[in-house]
Design a protein around this ligand. Sequence first.
Ligand code: PLP
Length: 401
Amino acid sequence: MPAYELYGQEEIDAVVDVLQRKIVHRYSSHEARGGIYRAKEFEDVVARAVGAKYCQAVSSGSAALYVALKALGVGPGDEVITSAFTFIASIEAILECGAVPVLADIDESLNLDPESAEDAISEKTKVIMPVHMYGAAADMERFRELCDLYGLYLLEDACQALGATYKGKGCGTLGDCGTYSLDPNKVISVGEGGLIVTDDEELYRRMEYYHDHGHIHDESIDRGAEGKACLGFNFRISEIQGALGLAQIKKLPRAIESLRSNKKRILEAVGDLDLVTLRDLPDRDGEIATQLVLLLPDEGSARAFQKASKEAGAGCSVLADNTWHYAKHWKTLREGTTYSRLRCPFDCVYAEDLPSYRPIEWVQTDDILSRAVMYGLNIVMGDEDVERMAKAIKAGLKVAY
Ligand SMILES: Cc1ncc(COP(=O)(O)O)c(C=O)c1O
């Protein structure tokens, strides 16, 4: 599903225009730029597209999570509950705040299991962070209920789910705030970049300040004369990313339509799945269909399926092997590998009972991922690609029991 599949003249023109005007910084040269603010325009278009009041662009999806957590006030002594099946950035963002990531199980949606998340709540929990994995919404009604019941913030890691919806509302807009990634493997990309959306003006202001050294942005004065609201850091995007984003966001509906149609065509060509099931999603129609996952009855079936599928011409992965997304494989997390001698939360008076992050903690997750096979889908798939994948799935289904 990489966004570059749809890169074209529009993206080239957008970037060239910024370079020709020679104004690359998003917050400077107010007089010279003639009212053109591409990064700001991009943020406004994204906010409208997903249905949020405010959007802050930052330098990556990882930065988006980090800035959001900082703005929510997460720090040493706090715990954040998220999923054992995600990209490690979700966990690193929490660690960078000095807080403790508590990794709960997934359910058959492959997203955070609300029951497991509830079991993980302690008096230190500050945030629940469901991850909308592979472009499909987690059970947001349940998470909203839990957060209201226990007085917690709800932060959506929608880094893989820009454009996905849950019961008609944009993923990322259902919590207190939500994040998207614009890295090269997402449905739209600006090279590297991220976005945070929220309806809460105070939270938005904090994120705006924090992501740019605390600056109180003011177009009517010189950047050097701006005041500062807090300490922060630099997670800015440039006008180049803003312009590229504007060209890309116009293609988002087309990319999603194409992905959904590809998935549908493949499943129709396969026909009856028999004992095999799709992910148990709370809103199947809202997913952006970047992946096709099949849940088999057991691991033996999944391994046999994988072999037959490869032999028939299309490789798939068994998700338990996924070193990128399954916490079981993260030795650096288990061992707390960092370069400083002392560091919160690993050596921290506020975090005495750090979880061990061993796979034994995720029995349910391990069971599900060891019988889940996954195919990545492209935006552009011709009839031949669809037929090849359908043929491989059928070959897998034949040997799966
Ligand atoms: C679930 C999830 N969270 C966070 C990120 C981090 O995004 P980025 O690569 O833009 O830093 C990713 C990226 O793949 C992701 O998949």
